[in-house]
Design a protein around this ligand. Structure first.
Ligand code: SAM
Length: 403
């Protein structure tokens, strides 16, 4: 693991070390696109990330109902790590707190105890658009049954006092790495990521360099949450997950790589602008997306290394399709390829634009997104394949309780 000095350090089980461990957060620092405009994450997260809530929310509710929530310790503390901003963020907060309240209502009548107050922490990196998040929290004059607070910091660090949380959730976020591996940016290294901006379908050596950083990131994530959770506390995680553990370069399934908006479509758009002289080859080669799709084996290894959890559920959901095949949306986009190109552009841009603009410059970043939109449109015109309804993305569902 990288310390802030840049020197490799062994990971210590968080509980054994009373001082907060500080790990390097280089590579972290760019949140999603801010605000609530057309290109914002708040407006564009429903299709991809929102699907997680529809598919897995009931598992969280069930787990909350099964856990023994304390009557004596006030308040109940819940944290969302990598909360971002927008409808998903608020929906996860509503679902989690409602599940807690329902559980208490059932048990309180038996125990003749009152229902504790709830404190909900929205955690993300400092550049996350917390202003929009807190404005949205009560924009419709709704009152929510919890006290809310923002925690601006990296989930690769420890963010809460020992044993202070009852429930921790993290949805679609732990794929974000603490940093880009140094070898990937070093022109003299065999792991230099020449000709690409990500690892999917690329060199196994580059992908293994990513995997090494990711393994340390996962371990520190689970170790820090173990420190922060009270005994019996719940940790719920969903994240993209690859199907082939031994092939980190296969981040998405083979036949989907070319059409994937996060993979082939994006790589092709960079490559075309390089070929046209808009972007220098070395500018593209030095841009690397700090994202890695884990495997079930990597999750299990990291969880077991902490020795701090009981695994309640650990499963891979295969071939998640963002648009159901045969659905009215799929028909609509097949008939309107330009609408599809725009949807996908906004969706991917909402996640990556802050990184891209920091590396290129806003005018050329815009050119990249225009080309990306065009390529997605043409792909649907030519193939009638709406890539969001193709198989290719797996995700992991992880439910742990703190021993
Ligand atoms: C794709 S969004 C998912 C957001 C939300 N949980 C959802 O389900 O829609 C990923 C979020 O993780 C955050 N993130 C990335 N690295 C992080 C880190 N090291 N610590 C805390 N948050 C991080 C990003 O800023 C972003 O808001």
């Amino acid at each position: 693991m990288q310390g802030s000095s840049g020197v490799a350090q062994p990971v210590t089980m968080a509980e054994d070390n009373p001082r907060p461990l500080k790990f390097s957060s280089r590579g972290v620092g760019f949140g999603m696109e801010t605000g609530d405009g057309e290109a914002s994450y708040a407006r564009n997260s429903a299709t991809v990330q929102g699907g997680m809530l529809r598919d897995t929310g009931h598992h969280l509710t069930q787990a909350v109902h099964l856990m023994s929530l304390p009557f004596e310790s006030q308040p109940i503390r819940i944290a969302d790590f990598g909360c971002s901003v927008g409808a998903n963020t608020l929906s996860w907060a509503d679902l989690t707190t409602q599940s807690v309240l329902e559980s208490y209502r059932t048990k309180a009548s038996l125990a003749t105890n009152s229902i504790p107050e709830i404190q909900y922490f929205f955690c993300d990196i400092p550049s996350n658009d917390f202003n929009t998040l807190f404005r949205d929290l009560d924009s419709k004059g709704e009152t929510r049954p919890f006290f809310s607070a923002a925690v601006a910091g990296s989930f690769h660090d420890r963010l809460f006092p020992k044993g202070s949380l009852h429930i921790a959730i993290s949805t679609w976020s732990v794929q974000w790495m603490s940093k880009i591996p140094e070898a990937v940016r070093d022109v003299s290294s065999p792991a230099y990521n020449k000709g690409r901006v990500w690892v999917d379908g690329g060199s196994p050596v580059v992908a293994e360099a990513y995997a090494q950083v990711h393994r340390q990131d996962l371990l520190s994530f689970f170790a820090h949450r173990a420190y922060e959770l009270a005994p019996g506390g719940l940790l719920f995680v969903t994240c993209p997950c690859r199907a082939e553990p031994g092939r980190p370069e296969a981040q998405t399934r083979g036949e989907f790589q070319k059409a994937s908006p996060f993979s082939g479509m994006l790589e092709d758009s960079w490559a075309e602008l390089v070929a046209e002289g808009v972007i220098e080859p070395q500018e593209r080669d030095s841009f690397n997306i700090p994202l890695f799709h884990t495997s079930m084996e990597e999750i299990e290894e990291a969880v077991n290394k902490t020795g701090a959890y009981e695994i309640k559920q650990l499963e891979i959901r295969r071939d998640h399709r963002y648009l159901a095949p045969g659905s009215p949306q799929e028909h609509y986009f097949k008939a309107n390829p330009a609408s599809f190109g725009k949807l996908v552009k906004n969706m991917v841009r909402a996640v990556y634009n802050p990184l891209v603009e920091a590396h290129l410059d806003p005018p050329r970043a815009l050119k990249l997104w225009e080309r990306f939109e065009h390529n997605n449109t043409v792909y649907v015109q030519q193939t009638q394949n709406v890539s969001l309804s193709l198989p290719g993305t797996n995700f992991a569902l992880v439910l742990l309780t703190r021993k």
